[in-house]
Design a protein around this ligand. Sequence first.
Ligand code: DX5
Ligand code: ZN
Length: 217
Amino acid sequence: MMKKDVAPSLLAAKCSLYEATKMAKEAGAGYIHFDFMDGVFVPNKSFEVESFKEVARISNIIKDVHIMGINPDVYAKRFLDMGADIVTFHLEAVDDELLRKTATIIKNHNAIAGISIKPKTPVKELSQALDTGLFGLVLIMSVEPGKGGQSFIEESYARLREAKELIGDRDIILEVDGGINETTGPRCIECGADLLVAGSYLYGHEDFKQRLEALLR
Ligand code: DX5
Ligand code: ZN
């Protein structure tokens, strides 16, 4: 069975990206989550692509990039060149050709390609993407992508179970993002999630490490 882990989301960081990544690593997180928003696929913009360099200065933590943008192939290349380990993009942002193209670029960089769906996209729509054999991660959004600090959408538990079922015995990480806290996190794990993304629950709190541990309890 895959080791359950947490990816602190830098979107909620109250310090520099370098400091926030270091904080995650020192607290024992195996991953760090970097959100990229283009202002087109989602209304907001988040970090500049180049600011990922700050994150990349920290070694021995898996760098998980979440692209909320159209033209993910272009952005993926840039993040990969800076040292991304996982690059996830949205099913809703691509057609079949761009999906394959982007996932292939990611795989050719020896990184893991991830595919994400928004809360209203049926889980079964992931099926064709997973059958390409190009993906090593599925990201179920448990809030509408675009901003941090929103409440977990309850239907996401059932969606995780459905995604877990769809993945079957394939070697694919099941990640969940949005509204993760000490109540929703452990329940997501029960529903089959391997990797919990948590932003506002972790950053800005003195007890970051205790909170991180509480997510996996
Ligand atoms: C939302 C982002 C998330 C965000 C989660 O679009 O993808 O990664 O940081 O924030 P919280 O944990 O505060 O819901
Ligand atoms: Zn995210």
